[in-house]
Every structure is written in C-alpha cells, then in structure tokens.
Design a protein around this ligand. Structure first.
Ligand code: NCD
Ligand code: ZN
Length: 367
C-alpha cells in the first residue's frame, strides 16, 4: 500500500529535475467564476483577487441581482472604484437571467464588450437565486439571441425539485434540463459552472466546442467526508455540495489532463464568518487568497505542474475568445507557510479556505 502522508494517497514522485519543481512561471491566471459582492465586502475581498488574477467573470447574484446592462455597468464602476490598481484588473461582467430578461438588452450588453456572459440560476438553487428561472420556455428568446451572437450562458447546474437528493442534483440537471436545453438551442455556448461529479466530466467530454466547464479550487481538494466526518465544517459547505471521493478524483484527472474546455472558476464566495457558523449556515467557500497555492499543490501531486498554465491561464480565455494575459506570475515552492486564517471586513471576518493540508507553494510576485 502506498503510505498516506495527507488526506489523500500520494502517487509516486515523478522524476522531474528538482529545480523545475521549485519555481514555476506561467501566464497570469484569470478566474472564470467569482463572487465579489458589494460595499464593504467588495472592498475587503477584491484585493485578494487582484493580487493574483488579471480578469474575473463576476457573478451577478447581488441583492437585488445584476439584471440589465445598466445594472452591470453601474456594478462594474463600483468594482473599478474599489480596485487597488485600476487598470491592472479587468472585471468581466455578467447578467443574471430572469424570466423578464430582454433579448435586445442582452445583445446590447454583449456589444459593449464589457458584459461577457449571462448567468442562469434555476430559481432557489443557491445563495441569492430567488429571481432565477422557473419556466425555461420564458427565456427561450434570450437563449436564441445568445446563440446567434455567440454569447456564453454560464449555468448553475442543479435541479431544485425537493424530491431530488442534494447529492444527485447535478447529475439530474444534466439529464433533465441541460441536455434538452442544448438540443433545443443549437449553437448556444454553455459553461457548466463549478462541476462536481464524474457525470458532469463525462458529459463535458462528450460535448462539442460550444461546451465548456469550470472547476473550483475546493472541489479539487475536498470530498464530503472532509466536510462531515469528525465534526461538521461549515466553511466547506458550498453549492453544489462536495461529493464522494471518486467524483473529486474525476475532477482532478480532468483538470490536470490539460483538457482544453475546462478551466478555473474559483467560485470564491465570501460570507461573514457569523453567517456561516450558524444553525442555518450559508453556502460558499472563500478561496481567492489561497487558490494558486492550492492548485500548484494539486497539480504537483498529479505530476502535472506543466498543465497548470492551461487550466488557470489559457483554456478560459480560449473558450471566451479572448487573448491570454501577456503578464506572468511566478509560484515558488518552500517550507509550508500558514495561510491567513481570515480577512477582515468592516462588518466582521471572512474565513479563508483551509484545505487541511500543508501548502508549499506561494505566489512570489503578487500585486
Ligand atoms: C455562492 C454564493 O455564495 O453566492 N455560493 C456557493 O456555495 N457557491 C452561489 C453559487 O455560486 O452557487
Ligand atoms: Zn458561484
């Protein structure tokens, strides 16, 4: 038996020259699924992303949501005003799809070049998704317009029917909603967001060039045992919920294979510690500050450090038909450094994702 040195069995070390494992320079990464919130929270969390990432797809699930082009423009201005180095970070805006969304407003938003995608939340699927879609026929004209103009639809892929077990919500969504929706709208470009199952991996691999997927940092590192065995860990609770180990392994295999239609979307989703450590704690893992350290660890363990750049910096821009970043980032390996346990906001702390294992890599040249 392979001895276990951490929560997961480690594969035998590959014969990579030692120096190559100590420092890794890649194009600057982007985050293709990020929650920045607004106000005091935005101010506190934005620097954590700007430090390592050039661009991010900004989720629109504010209260009230970012629905129209005008909402997105106003939110973009608030983000730029809160960014420590304006010009160094580019927020890529999204619109929250509702049953009242106007296809012409979507087309105008896309034409501005500042709004890159529309986000589909099935009503009630996750944090702040009450205005999401119930009747897919009502959004058909918007989806057809998006197929025509080549604008991606980012999909939170979970059914919300109470009869479906929470661990099955993603697989059922693929069969009963996503596949019929894609067949009914040929040419619609779809991002399966934060995939969590081997079922999603298989569906993605079978798909054509119009289908992409993001994977989060935490779904590559933790399974449901980590969340539930030996005590319940509210900071591992997110949606889609973490699944069995075999699903985590399928995600790691896909991400580290270099498969071109899968890319990083951290789904870094900050909530105040008090809101998570509560009798009804909210869903979301705040991973932006540690994502690059975590990914280097996961890719190194898989013997695939050479694929980290594809996953974090190349595949996403290619899917969104944008150039990769010219700037680079350098990760260095050393003694495990403790991660900052939390960041402070005006309203209280936000706990940073702790994968429960040492992190040897850090970003040397963060902004
Ligand atoms: C996200 C949030 O907090 O906004 N939560 C989460 O668990 N991922 C919403 C989402 O992306 O589902
Ligand atoms: Zn999210």
């Amino acid at each position: 038996m392979t001895p276990k040195t951490g929560p997961f069995p480690r594969p035998p070390a590959r014969a990579i020259p030692r120096l190559m494992t100590q420092r890794l320079t890649i194009r600057r990464p982007d985050d293709w699924h990020l929650h920045l919130r607004d106000g005091a929270m935005l101010k506190a969390v934005l620097p954590q992303t700007v430090a390592h990432f050039s661009r991010a797809i900004i989720m629109p699930n504010l209260v009230p949501p970012v629905v129209t082009m005008a909402d997105a423009m106003a939110y973009r201005e608030r983000i730029l005003a809160a960014a420590p180095g304006v010009g160094l970070f580019e927020p890529l805006m999204t619109l929250y799809l509702t049953e009242d969304t106007d296809p012409e407003d979507v087309a105008a938003a896309h034409g501005s070049g500042l709004v890159k995608a529309v986000k589909l939340y099935p009503a009630g699927a996750t944090t702040n998704s009450a205005s999401g879609v119930r009747d897919f026929d009502k959004v058909r004209p918007v989806l057809e317009k998006m197929a025509e103009i080549g604008m991606p639809l980012c999909v939170h892929g979970e059914v919300t029917t109470p009869e479906v077990d929470i661990f099955d919500r993603e697989a059922v969504f693929i069969d009963t909603v996503l596949d019929p929706l894609r067949r009914a709208t040929p040419g619609l470009r779809v991002v399966m967001e934060h995939i969590t199952t081997a079922d999603a991996v298989a569906y993605l691999q079978d798909g054509n060039d119009d289908l992409g997927a993001t994977i989060t940092t935490h779904h590559l590192m933790i399974n449901r045992n980590h969340m539930l065995v030996g005590g319940i860990r509210p900071h591992y609770y997110c949606l889609p919920i973490v699944k069995r180990e075999k699903h985590r392994e399928a995600l790691v295999d896909l991400a580290t294979s270099g498969f071109s239609r899968c890319f990083l979307g951290t789904d870094s989703a900050p909530h105040l510690a008090t809101d998570k450590q509560s009798p009804c704690g909210c869903a979301g893992v705040f991973s932006a500050p540690v994502t690059m350290s975590c990914l280097a660890e996961v890719f190194e363990e898989a013997g695939a450090l050479d694929k980290l750049e594809s996953f974090a910096s190349l595949n996403g821009p290619a899917f969104y038909r944008l150039p990769a970043n010219e700037a680079t980032i350098t990760l260095a390996k050393g003694e495990p450094a403790g991660v900052p346990p939390q960041i402070e906001t005006e309203n209280g702390p936000v706990v940073v994702f702790d994968p429960g294992r040492p992190l040897h890599w850090h970003v040397e040249d963060e902004l």
